[in-house]
Write a protein that binds this ligand. Structure first.
Ligand code: HOZ
Length: 426
């Protein structure tokens, strides 16, 4: 028995499924999860001393790779002075100023503790500010696990085959309306059928929890126009795309304005954190300024702020990082396509910025329906062959592959060689 297997055997006795978040249980790909002891740059090391090139990157936040010395130093320098006060610290102000300076169209920020919390709070704010109840989301988009968002959800809910979770009351789900990603007419129909009732349309500007599905030409612009026409707010869930696609996130990358933006783990450099942000007029609806209540002892936690601020500072000091990551992702995507063609594997590779995803299907993947045509058994086989060769991919078809600025040319070459071998076997 390996050390990871031993730990997993213990884990399943005390943690549901042996894990604290479903996808990492490896159920979608078979086999046992690897227990990680260490990460450095683009590599992670497991309990058995096996090393992998990591393309999960803690599901997105490790844009600079693991254990970046500036981030570790910021955490250490902060933590020796205390871990949490439940009172304001200077770091929260600096962090909010930094985010406002980087992201277009936001004037104020409220820090929370996770992307789930950010979305839940932004929806409450949208409802409070508009006096409307309904929310439009897209099938296959994932916005964390708050009740109202566990309807047609992507990520683990989709992998698990339960896009509508048990335990969500009809009442909580009733006001969530479902549209189809990249299909503006589906949004328009819902807005027309619910006049004056839709508080917000929430979207992942790049859908990255059903694999990676880029917005089609005019889709995000069309959402903006529809929201303006119907008096609804447009919420960009940038838990994955924020500060990753560009310093200013998807708003900058696609040139489309959102009313509210939600962020997650990336603004903590890997520490647990989230935030929502928008115009002063909207954000001043939040307590203690306004009537929309939301609070949290660990919100703006100084250690998380220190890590996040260090990461965002590096991103602003080195504006070339986003191009470097995008170029690496393009390299991987091109080589994957070439290897698939060489071995007669029907594959689509979607790539936007530093996000990519190979789908085992002949159908171009531009929507949820097309994503579901992927042969998930083939993905599982491919995943395991890559793992055997020392490449750690998302243990589910319906997640993204995350490239960081720490991935070297050598890593990329190793990865495409491993993929070449794996694709010959699927
Ligand atoms: N929901 C995350 C993927 N989109 C997975 C979280 C985890 O297992 O850490």
């Amino acid at each position: 028995m390996t050390r990871s297997e031993e730990l997993f055997a213990r884990a399943i006795k005390v943690l549901p499924g042996g894990v604290n978040s479903p996808v990492r249980a490896f159920r979608a790909v078979g086999g046992k999860p690897r227990f990680i002891v260490k990460g450095l740059g683009s590599h992670i090391l497991d309990e058995d001393g096996l090393e992998y090139i990591d393309y999960v990157g803690s599901w997105g936040p490790m844009v600079l790779g693991h254990s970046h010395p500036d981030i570790l130093k910021a955490v250490y320098d902060r933590m020796v002075n205390g871990l949490s006060f439940g009172a304001p610290t200077a770091l929260e102000v600096e962090m909010a100023e930094k985010m406002v300076s980087m992201v277009p169209n936001i004037e104020m920020v409220r820090m929370v503790n996770s992307g789930t919390e950010a979305v839940m709070s932004a929806l409450r704010l949208a409802r409070g500010a508009t006096g409307r109840d309904k929310i439009i989301k897209f099938e296959g988009c994932y916005h964390g696990h708050s009740d109202a968002m566990l309807v047609g959800a992507g990520s683990g809910a989709l992998t698990q085959g339960e896009p509508d979770s048990k335990g969500v009351t009809k009442g909580a789900a009733r006001d969530t309306l479902m549209a189809q990603y990249n299909d503006l007419s589906s949004v328009e129909r819902l807005l027309n059928a619910n006049p004056g009732e839709v508080a917000a349309v929430i979207v992942e500007p790049v859908a990255a929890n059903m694999g990676v599905v880029p917005p089609g030409d005019g889709f995000l612009q069309g959402l903006r126009a529809l929201c303006d026409k119907h008096g609804a707010l447009l919420i960009f869930d940038e838990v994955i795309t924020g500060f990753r696609l560009a310093a200013g996130g998807a708003q900058q990358y696609f040139g489309v304005r959102a009313d509210l933006v939600t962020f997650g783990k990336i603004i903590g450099g890997g520490m647990p954190v989230g935030a929502y942000a928008g115009s002063r007029a909207l954000m001043e609806q939040v307590a203690p300024c306004g009537p929309v209540y939301q609070a949290g002892t660990l919100s703006g936690n100084p250690v998380a702020m220190a890590a996040g601020l260090a990461q965002l500072t590096i991103l602003t000091d080195h504006p070339e990082i986003h191009t470097v990551m995008e170029t690496s992702a393009q390299y991987l995507a091109n080589h994957l396509r070439a290897s698939a063609a060489k071995h007669g594997v029907k594959m689509q590779v979607n790539q936007v910025g530093s996000l990519l995803c190979p789908y085992f299907t002949k159908t171009p993947v531009d929507c949820f329906g097309a994503a579901k045509t992927s042969d998930t058994e083939k993905y599982a086989k491919y995943f395991n062959e890559m793992l055997l060769r020392g490449v750690y991919l998302a243990p589910s078809q319906f997640e993204a592959m995350f490239v960081s600025s720490a991935h070297t040319q050598q890593d990329l070459q190793f990865t495409v060689q491993a993929a070449e071998e794996a694709l010959a076997l699927v």
